[in-house]
Design a protein around this ligand. Structure first.
Ligand SMILES: [Zn+2]
Length: 252
């Protein structure tokens, strides 16, 4: 049983037996980890804060070779993310990001770039346009796991697509009018939405999140995201409903 030290963001926690907590953490060096924190449920309230979702923590764990559940210990808060807890809307956006990471990554699948994306996104949610941060995060994480939608040419016939284009969640990209009738999952996508998505993909994170987006493009990007993830994930994300109920829409 090797002893490892790491840091990461708490994605989820559930009570385990009488006194323990089962924690899911997205770690810097080993990706998603499941940690059993033994005997901690009777800790003081202030110490239990380290197990709250989004919290940035450092920790030690005893790595088990034959199991995905490791024994966690010495967990300390590096950043409690108090700014994310200041408004219900930020909580809903942060919950969505953590659920997305938890869903898209398997345990022990290290991805330092996705870790950094989550770190930047948590940092940026409360000081700009959170809806844009979420859209940029989604696309850049999709690029990391090889699911990035094709945006410059028809995903079916590889022809250049000009004015009129459709989006296919099933094939993962834009579709030309000739191929569109063969795919029942498609819906129209505006040129503005396509160009915005392309800008997100090709720009650095910090530049992409500063792009001013109209309400109509913002709504269209949200619809595309919902349909894309609904098609590719086995079940709808719990936080999506919460997000649509409490998160305000961008007004720029
Ligand atoms: Zn085509």
């Amino acid at each position: 049983m090797a002893i490892r030290k790491d840091e990461g963001f708490v994605l989820a926690r559930i009570p385990f037996r009488e006194t323990s907590i089962l924690l899911t953490v997205f770690s810097q060096n080993s990706g998603k980890l499941k940690l059993l924190m033994k005997g901690v449920r009777n800790d003081k309230r202030s110490k239990l804060a380290r197990f709250e979702p989004f919290t940035h923590v450092s920790f030690v764990y005893y790595e088990k070779i034959k199991s995905d559940l490791h024994l966690g210990t010495d967990m300390e808060i590096l950043n409690s993310q108090s700014s994310l807890r200041s408004q219900i809307a930020f909580v809903s956006y942060a919950s969505y990001l953590t659920e997305l990471v938890d869903t898209l990554f398997h345990v022990h699948d290290p991805c330092r770039d996705a870790y950094e994306l989550l770190r930047y996104s948590f940092k940026s949610l409360s000081d700009g346009a959170p809806e844009t941060v979420v859209r940029v995060f989604e696309l850049k994480v999709l690029a990391e796991i090889g699911w990035l939608p094709t945006l410059t040419k028809c995903v079916s016939c590889a022809e250049q697509v000009n004015q009129l284009a459709y989006f296919s969640p099933r094939q993962g990209g834009i579709i030309c009018p000739k191929c569109e009738p063969k795919d029942v999952s498609t819906f129209p996508i505006s040129r503005g939405a396509r160009e915005t998505l392309l800008y997100f993909v090709t720009s650095k994170f910090q530049d992409a999140i500063r792009l001013k987006i109209s309400v109509s493009i913002g709504q269209e990007l949200k619809r595309i995201s919902e349909k894309f993830f609904r098609f590719h994930l086995d079940y709808p994300l719990r936080s999506t409903k919460f997000l649509s109920e409490v998160a305000p829409f961008p007004t720029t």
